[in-house]
Design a protein around this ligand. Structure first.
Ligand SMILES: *Cc1c(COP(=O)(O)O)cnc(C)c1O
Length: 427
């Protein structure tokens, strides 16, 4: 399998998996896509999903990454996916897929853990530094995703005083190959520092560094696997087929992965792009005009994206056709007030505490009717203040988060100084 940039229409510049994975973004600024979409045997998927998520994901990963020896893929996938996925049923045919039972209690674990293991494997034993700036959640998913991977060192930059105590605990209590740097500055300073490091030729001649950006092919593609599992569970429980899947979206990696699953042969009817007030994609679906812009802050802040990177992959999968896209995806957007009301409604009607991102999925499901399920992308306990505001209770911390909160935090305080950071990375 070769990989191309979405911008390379003539397909003049093929990349190997390893080169595409280490580059992250293509040199022409496009996103990597595979040269063709592999087809799966659904009978086999359904039989394997009966055994376990890992068994099914091994088959899918072997099909997608066909140049990696099957037994290596088997080992890497089983190591990555050692936590449950739950299709939860409410009353009235309402279903949600809980994707937050991994180590950082958000669905980003599915991409980050797979990517961590794959980069370690593809790196051929040469040491590499994963460098990431974070405003909170990405840092913990990346730190956990790469934790304990041989020959990989993770350096996370986060702004002093700007991340929640829970987020800081998740990044700074691992130890081992994870080095958190608490930067005297804001998130933009952290991002600027990371950019400066990637542009520092002298540094890059001495140490191998790469990013763990969410647009990376190795974070994106494995997110298609849980759509297959959800479908099998949903079909088993309802006897129905062809669900509509509601996806709380920000940078649209998750939804684009669902579209990829559909094209691999998964019988999904369509998708709902469920967004908060950052409604660039729902607006496009309504008007045909794509107007990326600055994001606005909302209570579902992991979805605060004004210029979603994966829109390019969505267009590619629709053959650049607006009518193809609108026949497959419906848009939905909502205000903060509606999100808070939804959290309250879910709690009062069903006794279920939903995080704000997943509540957007619930609202979109209510709006379009419930002939499928929505994806629940994070555990409510990660957003205690918002839950407090909406329903007046404090959700119980799951064991992993409580454990992290009780541990000693280890980090290095640094100034927002590029030359010092370069020296630090050189060791
Ligand atoms: C990242 C994130 C999203 C948005 O996912 P995209 O793939 O960027 O669309 C939604 N919910 C939560 C909790 C997230 O962390």
């Amino acid at each position: 399998m070769k990989y191309y940039s979405t911008k390379d229409r003539e397909r003049l510049h093929p990349f190997s998996l390893k080169d595409a994975a280490f580059a992250g973004l293509a040199p022409d600024g496009g996103l990597f896509i595979p040269e063709y979409i592999p087809q799966v045997d659904m009978a086999k998927v359904e039989a394997l999903a009966e055994k376990s998520y890992a068994d099914m994901a091994v088959y899918l990963a072997q099909t997608v990454f066909d140049d990696i020896p099957a037994e290596d893929m088997d080992r890497l996938v089983r190591d990555a996916y050692n936590f449950p996925i739950v299709l939860n049923s409410f009353a009235e045919g309402l279903y949600n897929l809980e994707l937050f039972h991994g180590p950082t209690y958000a669905f980003k674990d599915f991409g980050a853990r797979f990517m961590g293991r794959m980069l370690g494997y593809l790196g051929d034993g040469q040491p590499i530094i994963i460098l990431a700036a974070t405003s909170g959640d990405t840092g913990s998913a990346v730190a956990h995703g790469f934790y304990g991977v041989d020959n990989v060192k993770v350096v996370i930059l986060y702004p002093d005083g700007k991340v929640s105590p829970l987020q800081e605990a998740q990044m700074t209590t691992l130890g081992g190959n994870v080095s958190p740097l608490k930067v005297a500055g804001n998130f933009d300073d952290c991002q600027r520092l990371v950019k400066t490091m990637f542009n520092d030729r002298e540094l890059r001649e001495q140490v191998r560094i790469t990013s763990a950006n969410s647009i990376n092919l190795l974070r994106w593609l494995p997110q298609s696997f849980y759509y297959f599992y959800a479908y099998c569970q949903w079909k088993k429980q309802t006897g129905a087929s062809e669900p509509v899947v509601v996806v709380p979206s920000g940078n649209y990696g998750n939804l684009a992965a669902g579209m990829f699953a559909k094209r691999m042969g998964l019988p999904i009817k369509g998708f709902v792009a469920a967004s908060n007030a950052n409604d660039v994609v729902p607006e496009y679906l309504l008007t045909g005009e794509y107007r990326p812009r600055a994001s606005v802050r909302t209570v579902a802040n992991a979805m605060d994206v004004g210029a979603p990177s994966n829109f390019e992959r969505m267009l590619w999968m629709c053959g650049d056709s607006y009518s193809n896209m609108t026949s497959e995806i419906k848009g939905f957007s909502c205000s903060d007030g509606q999100i808070l009301d939804a959290i309250r409604e879910i709690y009062e009607k069903y006794g279920y505490v939903s995080d704000p991102h997943s509540a957007v999925g619930y609202l979109a499901t209510r709006h379009y009717g419930s002939n499928g399920f929505w994806l629940s992308t994070a555990h409510a306990a990660k957003f205690t203040e918002i839950i407090q505001r909406a329903v007046g209770i404090t959700p119980d911390l799951p064991s992993g988060l409580a454990l992290a909160m009780g541990k000693e935090r280890c980090f290095t305080k640094v100034s927002a100084d590029a030359s010092r950071l370069a020296d630090y990375l050189k060791g």
